[in-house]
Design a protein around this ligand. Structure first.
Ligand code: ARG
Length: 522
């Protein structure tokens, strides 16, 4: 190694056996990394989100190395025991970073070597690279946070459907171009958010499935010449499948782009919802009243009740979009193989997941606590010709007027005065009984006649709610399956690691122990 180094220098280099670098990878280096460069390149700060995952990955790896006879089984058992203890330290807040070791991988390995000595601990990283390790950790982390996010979106959809159930008969005006459009039910408006959130769930699940493939065993880029068992590590970490191609697994971050983009689209959904609640709780609309718990006062204007939490739900959308943009930009020029640029991806992944998991949590209490001002909504539905379309429809259906002419007849006039309306129709030689016209001008009545598939009548909305409830049930079921698979594997790896030192004396013992805990593969 030292000899190889001399090829790159014009000065003769001391050939002593003492390592000049304190880094675990320091064999070929003549001195330590500059402290300011270390501070600039470290990833301990963001890696603090990956500690439990990194140790889990090492447990699976070491159990596999021992059971395949790649390292001695008793060494594997000792390492497993140390990894378990380190994980306990992390969980119970005793973990102490070694700042000179730049990231979580080097920290954990150093701790294992410090605990067991080089002869034993130094075997942990056999046929593994930080290139497969870091993408493994990122995937385990993304998986955990996506599960959380999915369950929060399930809660949000549930809150919307529950609220909607009570408002199938209540009328409000809908808007297009922020101008009065047609009367709809309050339940119809609420369930349209449930519809898009259900698709957000579907996108998150797709991103989850892309993420849920095991990259460990890819090595630095090309796999390995050791007889590894990738299915075993896949099972011990509860992955749905192996990420087959080593170069692809270490080079690609599309799972991250997909996760970020699903999360960002969800954030856009929530931002729009927030905007509508802000607008509708304003004095001009007054159709919603925010709970005091969601509002903030002004330091100067005593009368103010500002929708601060919702403004943040809207405003932070900018961040999510920025993180996704940063991730795509970071990726777009990278050649194959691991590139240190990937260091950046975890910052973006963690920031997005932190942001989103907190944001979605706001939605159910928002839905539950906001007062819908039904009287005000009904009042507005009478104003500003929200029934013009229906009057035109009436002329088409009952008086055989072509729609384009009906559009003209209705569009040119002001029907706020019903008397005027009758006179006007008479002018066009349309003999409409008063009772029929009055019904057509009644928003609640009209809303109830919109009975087509996906329309706003109570019966159509009941169908929508039933359909969405069934879909939500499916999502909940799939989510539970995913949660259980991950939890079983995590518990299995921990049990195995905690028992190893006691029961493993040779390879057979280790193989038996793994058999005892290995979750069945799929
Ligand atoms: N912090 C680094 C990252 O985020 C860890 C891996 C460094 N890997 C390497 N092969 N040099 O990617």
């Amino acid at each position: 190694m030292a000899g190889a180094r001399t090829l790159h220098t014009t000065q003769p280099v001391e050939m002593d056996m003492e390592k000049k670098s304190t880094k675990m990878w320091g064999g070929r280096f003549s001195k330590d990394i500059d402290s300011s460069i270390l501070a600039w390149t470290e990833s301990i700060t963001v890696d603090s989100h990956l500690v439990a995952e990194d140790l889990w990955g090492s447990m699976a790896h070491v159990a596999m190395l021992g059971s395949q006879g790649i390292i001695p089984a008793n060494n594997a058992a000792a390492i497993l025991d140390t990894l378990y203890k380190l994980q306990q330290d992390w969980i119970e807040g005793r973990w102490q970073w070694i700042p000179s070791q730049e990231d979580v991988h080097m920290n954990a390995e150093k701790m294992v070597i410090d605990a067991l000595g080089m002869d034993v601990g130094g075997r942990m990283h056999t046929c593994r690279s930080r290139n497969d390790q870091v993408v493994l950790d990122s995937k385990l982390y993304a998986r955990r946070r996506l599960l959380e996010l999915r369950s929060r979106v399930v809660d949000a959809v549930e809150a919307l459907l529950k609220k909607a159930e009570a408002h199938k008969d209540d009328v409000m005006v809908s808007y297009t171009h922020v101008q009065h459009a047609q009367p709809v039910s309050v339940a119809y408006w609420l369930t349209h958010y449930a519809g898009v959130l259900l698709r957000d769930l579907q996108r998150l699940k797709a991103a989850y499935d892309t993420t849920d493939q095991n990259p460990l065993g890819s090595g630095a880029i090309a796999g390995t010449s050791f007889p590894i068992d990738r299915q075993l590590t896949t099972d011990l970490m509860g992955f749905q499948e192996v990420h087959l191609h080593g170069m692809d697994a270490t080079s690609s971050r599309d799972f991250m782009l997909e996760s970020l983009s699903a999360a960002t689209i969800l954030q856009v959904t929530m931002s729009r919802l927030a905007e509508e609640f802000i607008l509708w709780s304003s004095y001009e609309f007054r159709t919603l009243t925010l709970d005091d718990g969601f509002a903030m006062g002004s330091s100067m204007m005593p009368q103010k009740k500002n929708p601060g939490a919702l403004e943040l739900l809207r405003g932070r959308g900018g961040r999510a979009i920025g993180y996704l943009t940063a991730a795509c930009t970071m990726m777009k020029g990278l050649p194959s193989g691991y590139n240190r640029d990937f260091h950046e991806d975890k910052e973006l992944l963690v920031a997005t997941m932190e942001l989103m998991n907190k944001a979605v949590q706001v939605v159910p209490p928002l839905i539950n606590s906001t007062t819908i001002n039904l009287k005000r909504m009904e009042e507005l539905s009478w104003g500003n010709f929200a029934n013009a379309t229906e009057l035109a429809n009436y002329l088409v259906a009952k008086h055989d007027v072509p729609f384009r002419r009906a559009h003209d007849i209705v569009g040119n006039e002001n029907f706020s005065n019903t008397q005027f309306c009758f006179e006007h129709l008479k002018k066009w030689d349309i003999k409409a009984p008063e009772s029929e016209v009055l019904a057509v001008l009644n928003p609640t009545h009209v809303m109830k006649t919109y009975t087509s598939l996906g329309a706003t009548s109570p019966s159509s909305v009941s169908h929508i709610i039933d359909t969405y409830t069934a879909k939500l049930g499916e999502h909940r079921h799939v989510l539970q399956t995913d949660q259980t698979r991950v939890k079983r594997a995590y518990d299995a790896s921990r049990s195995l690691a905690s028992e190893a030192a006691k029961v493993v004396h040779n390879k057979d013992d280790l193989v038996k122990l793994i058999q005892k805990y290995r979750p069945t593969s799929h």
